[in-house]
Design a protein around this ligand. Structure first.
Ligand code: ADP
Ligand code: MG
Length: 688
């Protein structure tokens, strides 16, 4: 038996490469494996006689291999393995493609489980590429039960993960149940070790449902407890009172090259009122992509600086931090404030490029720098502030009590700064209120005037060349193009376009005469930065990228957003991609490609064609993706839910009520396991 902290390398059949692939999925220990939940299941628990097989029904048969052999299908250049399986009631043909090694592992006479959905081919039933497993083995993992399906990257297989989980689960009883027993009993929650075991290999549908309920509740309860803790902290914290500098702000606003939208004015006004209070603001600004949230942040930062307090703007990525730094520096130039950029790799004070990091830190500490823009580096230990008044976090609002305490401790004036977060994730208001009941919310729904509606189209494979032709014309007229691909890795099982392969294809075959850039998360920051800058400066015509461009990047000259594998993204996310174009004066387009436009996909994606309202799309997606489907998606700005989803309204409410109850009746200090769990649950974990 392993301890929970055992590194995965020590498990059977994990070599160096497998370990590093698992680490890419965030799995480094036995504990991580246990918490890597399947995103769906195949129910192969029904074992039937061959005679009773019906087409289209997912089942398992238990039989003997009568015959198994490979043959080559020359025309299609593949190997086909054919087997005949029989039981007491009959026999059935089974085929697999391109797995010639099967005949080495499986021999006539072997007892075997075959799990899958039989199909009719030439009037007889057969299994095509079913799961199989020797039935004489101890416990089956891939057949004859409800089988978990995990989301994986290339070169890891479901079988591998299941096998690793079977090892990890031997230690499941070491997981301590941190839920206060009163709450567990009152709400009929399955004990944690049992839930962890049933979530991977459920005995039946009921146990699966109970396990999911327990684990979802855990997640939601932790969020609610954290927000209670935050509320208590804010209730007794003192913030600087920052006056509304009406004259300066008004003259600044009227000097802008555009008029603020009403929603921008309203949000700015709400923030300015917040800042005047002596308790720290805690507000979320929700505004669709391109709605102009940065301007609202800028007004708040300006007002703060005019009061001689320091303001911080934190972005989720370096690229965005640099973009904010440049645009804010130029807007605020007339005021002569000192504005610094501080990220893991970059340090810069406006106008003084070659500043040493230590010197920047010193100037922040002595208060000579008024506005500091950066990434999470801004809350690292080495940064101290003289007189911090306001912290704004872009595209990220899981900023818990620990981070705020830290900022308070770094602040030499001893005050807790006001806190504003901004997100483009269109969480419907009702949902936001349930999730963050105690947070103030400003919505920016209105788009700046003069924005042209982005023309969105689903492009059939047959029309791909035509789309390329159109793109060519646009580029010849000076425009630029984004191409988004879902994954980085080449050998993706689902055949999704890999970003590198797509880059090569476009650069070598489709648009050899254009300049094409490549951007993905694995590039070094400096490389990313260079590519983005080249794109911004129109030195690159086409930028091929993974979803790293999702948040915030502003390139007004780009007029086409082309998305490969569009079926793999949620509507809200697609909408955010789309928001990368249409930022300038040009008519812009969003082209959605997919290798399989199923009817369902088509229906879902056509919502995007029809609507340009991010809130409506998010609601639609919440409805459309029934519970049980995709519960692992990462949503920017939202807490990363591993298993719960935002449509678990009932459970959200229950968790909220229980968190309230808990603080009314108990003290966290008496529940060390819970306390520990809260401390572990990192509140800003997707900043990196
Ligand atoms: P987001 O809300 O997605 O962060 P940005 O703040 O990046 O949007 O704004 C998108 C673009 O719109 C920027 O180029 C910005 O200068 C411009 N913008 C902001 N407010 C207005 C406005 N009221 N009218 C016209 N353009 C605006
Ligand atoms: Mg933004």
């Amino acid at each position: 038996m392993f301890s929970l902290n055992t590194p995965i390398e020590l498990l059977t059949r994990v070599g160096k490469t497998t370990a590093s692939r698992l680490k890419n999925l965030g799995i480094a220990t036995v504990f991580d494996l246990l918490y890597n939940f399947p995103f769906r299941y195949e129910d192969y628990s029904k074992i039937v006689n061959i005679r009773d097989l019906k087409p289209g029904e997912a089942v398992t048969i238990k039989g003997k291999i009568v015959l198994i052999e490979n043959r080559r299908a020359h025309r299609r250049r593949m190997t086909i393995t054919e087997a005949l399986i029989e039981d007491d009631t009959g026999s059935i043909k089974v085929i697999w493609f391109n797995q010639p090694f099967l005949t080495k592992n499986l021999k006539p006479g072997d007892d075997i489980f075959i799990s899958g959905t039989p199909e009719i081919e030439r009037l007889t039933l057969q299994f095509v590429s079913p799961a199989y497993e020797r039935s004489t083995q101890f416990d089956s993992l891939n057949t004859a039960k409800i089988v978990p399906i995990y989301s994986l990257t290339a070169n890891l297989t479901q079988k591998q993960i299941r096998f690793l989980l079977s090892q990890a689960l031997r230690s499941v009883n070491l997981v301590e149940d941190w839920m206060p027993p009163e709450i567990r009993e009152k709400n009929n929650l399955m004990p944690l070790p049992q839930a962890l075991s049933q979530i991977h290999f459920p005995n039946n549908q009921e146990q699966m449902a109970l396990a999911r309920r327990r684990l979802k509740f855990d997640e939601l309860f932790l969020i609610q407890v954290s927000s209670q803790i935050l509320r208590q902290f804010l209730a007794q914290a003192k913030a600087p009172q920052i006056q509304f500098k009406e004259k300066e702000i008004k003259s600044f606003v009227s000097s802008l090259p555009f008029t603020l939208t009403n929603d921008q004015k309203k949000a700015s006004w709400q923030i300015l009122l917040d800042l005047e209070k002596s308790s720290p603001a805690n507000r979320l600004i929700e505004g669709d992509v391109g709605s102009g949230k940065t301007m609202v942040a800028l007004i708040a930062l300006l007002n703060t600086a005019l009061n001689n307090y320091q303001g911080v703007l934190m972005a989720p990525t370096e690229i965005l931090a640099v973009q904010h730094f440049k645009s804010i520096s130029s807007f605020l130039k007339p005021f002569g404030f000192k504005i610094a950029l501080l990220t893991g790799n970059e340090k810069n004070i406006f106008g003084q490029d070659k500043m040493k990091k230590q010197d920047v830190l010193k100037l922040i500490k002595t208060g000579e720098i008024n506005i500091i823009i950066g990434t999470h580096a801004l809350i690292q230990d080495e940064v101290d502030y003289q007189n911090l008044g306001l912290v704004i976090v872009d595209e990220q609002h899981r900023f818990g009590v620990e981070q705020r305490k830290k900022l308070k401790d770094k602040n030499r004036n001893g005050l807790t700064p006001h806190f504003i977060s901004m997100t483009a994730t269109p969480i419907p208001r009702s949902l936001a209120l349930v999730l963050y009941g105690d947070l103030d919310l400003s919505l920016i729904k209105e788009m700046p005037k003069g924005r042209k509606r982005i023309i969105t189209k689903l492009i059939e494979e047959a029309n791909r060349q035509q789309a390329y032709q159109f793109i060519r014309q646009e580029i010849n007229q000076g425009r630029q193009v984004f191409v988004i691909c879902p994954l980085i890795d080449e050998s993706d099982k689902l055949g999704v376009k890999s970003v590198t392969a797509e880059f090569k294809k476009l650069a070598e075959h489709v648009f050899p005469d254009f300049r094409i850039g490549l951007l993905h998360g694995k590039l070094k920051s400096a490389e990313k930065e260079k590519v983005m800058n080249d794109f911004k400066n129109n030195e690159i015509n086409i930028l091929v990228s993974t979803s790293v461009v999702e948040v915030g990047i502003d390139v007004p000259n780009a007029s086409i957003m082309m998305i490969e594998g569009a079926d793999r993204f949620g509507l809200a996310q697609l909408h955010q991609f789309r928001g990368r174009v249409g930022r300038g004066e040009y008519q812009s387009y969003c082209f959605l490609f997919s290798e399989n436009f199923s009817q369902k996909t088509r229906e879902r994606l056509s919502a995007l064609v029809k609507s340009s309202d991010g809130f409506a799309l998010a609601e639609y997606d919440l409805k459309f993706r029934g519970p049980g489907e995709v519960f692992g998606t990462r949503q920017s700005g939202l807490p990363e839910l591993n298993i719960a989803s935002f449509n678990d309204l009932e459970l959200i409410n229950l968790a909220k009520a229980e968190a309230h109850n808990f603080f009314e009746h108990y003290s966290l200090a008496d529940f060390p396991l819970l306390k520990n769990k809260i401390e572990q649950s990192k509140m800003i974990n997707h900043l990196e």
